[in-house]
Design a protein around this ligand. Sequence first.
Ligand SMILES: C[S@@+](CC[C@H](N)C(=O)[O-])C[C@H]1O[C@@H](n2cnc3c(N)ncnc32)[C@H](O)[C@@H]1O
Length: 239
Amino acid sequence: MNEIKLSNRLNAVASYIPKGSSIADIGSDHAYLPCFCILNNIAVKAIAGEVVNGPYMSAKKQVEKCNLEDRIKVKLANGLFAIENEEVDCITISGMGGPLIADILENGKDKLHKVQRLILQPNVGGHAVRKWLFENGWKITNEEILEEESKVYEIIVADKGLDLENYSKSFDKKFYFGPHLIREQNEAFVKKWTSELISLNNALTNISKANPSPETEIKTKEISRKIKMIEEVLNNENT
Ligand SMILES: C[S@@+](CC[C@H](N)C(=O)[O-])C[C@H]1O[C@@H](n2cnc3c(N)ncnc32)[C@H](O)[C@@H]1O
């Protein structure tokens, strides 16, 4: 089998990989992304990293099926430790929560010095990823938000460099919504944040039914702050 059809989400991730890159796909699962990138001459070589044995075995099988063992190294390793001493210029991490992606980057910081681009696709909690990028000298150069099978996905592309422009004001909002996405506000963006608004309002109603305590007061304040922030963004106020 030498043809792979990616989901729109993974296709979008692949579209930001510079041609001719050496890539590492961390949390690769079935290794579709690295196989696709080699078969389509996007990447010249790849590492597919997996921390769990089952997905690691599926990645190995897929690479063998595509006859790409000489171009893709499948590694059973935690996060960026899959890179070892290899030279990699682009890393992709997709299909996980934002806090886990930020932890993987934080724990493998010393593997990043030769890396030029990070392509990150958090399923939730993009805020944690953007905060890590900002604090560690990575500039968000592109962002995408798309809907597939009723789920909304964000893709964050970051290149090495300080980000003084994207965060000149409204830090919290830009971490939360994305400096590029907040400007564009496409259909998927509006859908994601309208649905979040509904969940937060429901949570607020439920809390108001509970016995008042210092914890419920803190929660109410936090949720109300988020609701206000989302409403302001969707109404284009104070962004
Ligand atoms: C939901 S799958 C996503 C697979 C693929 N990247 C995609 O976007 O379709 C997440 C994968 O990340 C792996 N994973 C989670 N934490 C990891 C870590 N610290 N290091 C490497 N892989 C990890 C899981 O085992 C799982 O196979």
